[in-house]
Design a binder for this molecule. Sequence first.
Ligand code: IPE
Ligand code: IPE
Ligand code: MG
Length: 255
Amino acid sequence: MKPFKRWFGSKPEGEELIQQLDSDNIPNHVAVIMDGNGRWAQKRGLPRVAGHHSGMKNVKKITMAANAIGVRVLTMYAFSTENWKRPKEEVDYLMKLPMEFFPKEIDELIANNVQIRMTGWHEGLPDYTLKAIQDAIDQTKNNTGLILNFALNYGSRKEMLRGIQRLVADVKQGEISGEEIDESLFSRYLLTDPLPDPDLLIRTSGELRISNFMLWQLAYSELWFTELCWPEFKEHNFYEAIQEYQRRARRYGGL
Ligand code: IPE
Ligand code: IPE
Ligand code: MG
């Protein structure tokens, strides 16, 4: 078994759980639907946005937990194309979080060689939101460690439809022929290209659904759900999910 890596700055909690994991079977790509911020706050008599703030702080913790065991890509679903339906004050609050998150956390992310990316549409996002994330992307673009990928203004059906539109345009222009379209070519027209498909999907808050997240990419991902709301989901819960993942047999339709 190869040794687990080291980290700089705040240590992830749950080290004893790390030692119980099989370092040769760590999921390459873990995707997380960070759900339940609002309910977490309401249970405590706080406004929903307090849950979003607490949820934001949790992103760094789980990033470090993933980094410590050698996960290569961690995608965090932060805002869906459907979340625009929410009250304007809540949307405005969410859009300001990157301006708080990145300046606060970027030094530690850089010290840990983390590379920031975004999967989602720029259109519709306020300039200040985009600038905060773009600065973090630029500052970390040469980092070679964990990819921390934010799914922000992302929705999977729209992703597939836009991909098909671009694909059709390329066929019309003669750049590709219809016969060439296979799974790997289609994947290149999705926003997640060139990231690998998630091996493990974690969803918090007890909801047992996918909510328009990576419908194509999750075809053979292992799904893991917890009743815990996102702000109360801690490092040891993340390692429990990894442990359960390591107990699963992935067959991809074979034997
Ligand atoms: C997840 O928490 C964060 C976002 C969708 C932005 P929610 O805000 O959905 O919290 P609940 O599900 O209403 O409790
Ligand atoms: C999914 O959560 C989106 C994010 C976590 C960003 P939602 O709270 O929007 O999903 P539904 O509405 O419960 O399906
Ligand atoms: Mg929700």
